[in-house]
Design a protein around this ligand. Structure first.
Ligand SMILES: Cc1cc2nc3c(=O)[nH]c(=O)nc-3n(C[C@H](O)[C@H](O)[C@H](O)COP(=O)(O)OP(=O)(O)OC[C@H]3O[C@@H](n4cnc5c(N)ncnc54)[C@H](O)[C@@H]3O)c2cc1C
Length: 379
């Protein structure tokens, strides 16, 4: 594994950092309070190549690797977790699924639009009754000649309303059969496909989370991704890569909270000295710094394996599990270091604290990551 950061990673990191400072930071609280999903920001990120980081250049993307992708998500999330989450969902899930399992025709049709942000992508696996147990989905796709008819509701979908195109996993076999689902690409505007209720969330409020409803939605067999029955298998592989991005999102949030707390601890005086001079505070900061670096190394390990196309399910689960728990702990400690001021919206740490919790839930809860890790170490 390469521990020396490459020039290209530093450049990409700088581009994302500059963009976040200029185009995201001034509006973070406004978007959060209004729960506004700022589509224009994604169009701007598309111009910089941040919406198709992993997409090869021949399909209109930036053609970069997972370490650069990690850097982008981290830098954006250091400023706003919501934008980091939407960026991760667009790149890893919808775009990632088509890149991983789509036909050449599907790649040429959709990836240039997604990589440029002309279209925003959504990815629908979760349903109201099947979250962790996603393989037990109820949404069905029934073959009708050379078409499929989709019925059911997906929920908690990032860009469920605003997405221009969605990858949807639907059941095409019997419940509990191992190969019972298939993935499809559905374009916004297709009859029978609509967005539903938008969630009013604790955090990640500028990232749109909503239902996607399929009511006798008829799509051509050309919209099927890969083989019939392979949908859930494809989704699990997509989630391996996605977990790197949620780990990076977690590290970004943790870094944002830590840096704010570090600075504040040197400026805030109590008992005639900066609060950083108290061991109770400096030890908290030491723990935060150590845990962030450990999360970074675990995530870089998974990213490096993914770049080299080596097995990395266990490492991605470890990175996602550890980094997300670190994000919650670090942002909680950051609020503590800010004292009462940390509890207000005048300082950034309360938002990091609210946003961080999603990281232990989305793309598989911490409990599910532990199940994945245990399965690997006990086999
Ligand atoms: C903001 C946000 C964005 C999201 N974006 C998307 C998206 O774009 N696309 C998409 O498909 N989904 C998305 N999701 C859904 C997300 O992946 C699910 O919420 C997550 O997988 C958990 O499912 P659940 O909410 O149904 O919880 P449940 O599965 O009901 O879990 C409830 C609790 O039970 C625990 N639990 C469940 N099973 C076990 C077990 N076997 N052993 C031990 N504990 C267990 C869980 O860990 C959790 O603590 C999003 C969710 C959120 C909140």
């Amino acid at each position: 594994m390469e521990f020396q950061t490459q020039e290209i990673t530093l450049q990409v990191s700088q581009t994302a950092r500059d963009f976040a400072q200029q185009h995201i930071k001034p509006f973070v609280m406004e978007w959060d309070e209004k729960q506004e999903f700022p589509t224009q920001v994604f169009k701007e990120m598309g111009k910089l190549g941040l919406m198709g980081v992993l997409v090869p250049e021949e399909y209109g993307g930036s053609g970069l690797g997972y370490l650069e992708y990690m850097a982008v998500i981290e830098e954006i999330s250091k400023v706003c977790g919501s934008i980091g989450l939407s960026l991760a969902a667009h790149n890893s899930l919808c775009t990632g699924h088509i890149l991983q399992s789509g036909s050449e025709e599907q790649k040429y049709r959709y990836l240039p639009k997604l990589a440029s942000a002309e279209w925003i992508g959504a990815w629908g696996l979760t349903e109201p009754n099947t979250g962790s147990d996603a393989g037990n989905m109820r949404t069905t796709a029934v073959k009708d000649g050379d078409h499929w008819i989709l019925n059911g509701t997906k929920n908690w979908i990032t860009h469920g309303i605003s997405g221009d195109v969605a990858v949807v996993i639907a059941r095409t076999g019997d419940p509990r059969e191992s190969s019972n689902s298939t993935a499809f690409i559905v374009e916004r505007g297709t009859k029978g496909f609509s967005g539903g209720k938008k969630e009013n969330k604790l955090g990640m409020r500028a990232s749109e989370t909503a239902e996607m409803i399929f009511d006798n939605c008829r799509i051509s067999d050309e919209q099927r991704i890969g083989e019939v029955g392979d949908g859930f298998k494809q989704a699990l592989k997509v989630l391996d890569g996605g977990r790197i991005s949620i780990a990076a999102l977690s590290i970004g949030i943790a870094r944002g909270a830590y840096e704010a707390a570090l600075q504040y601890s040197k400026e805030r005086h109590q008992f005639d000295q900066p609060i950083s001079s108290f061991q109770g505070i400096s030890f908290k900061l030491a723990d935060m710094a150590t845990e962030i670096e450990a999360a970074e190394l675990l995530t870089a390990q998974a990213a490096d394996l993914k770049n080299r196309k080596l097995p990395m399910t266990k490492q991605a689960a470890m990175a996602k599990y550890y980094a997300s728990e670190v994000a919650v702990k670090v942002s909680t400690d950051a609020v503590q270091i800010f004292g009462g001021y940390g509890y207000t919206k005048d300082f950034p740490v309360e938002k990091f604290y609210r946003d961080s919790k999603l990281c232990t839930i989305g793309e598989g809860t911490s409990e599910i990551q532990k199940m994945v890790i245990a399965r690997h170490i006990l086999k």
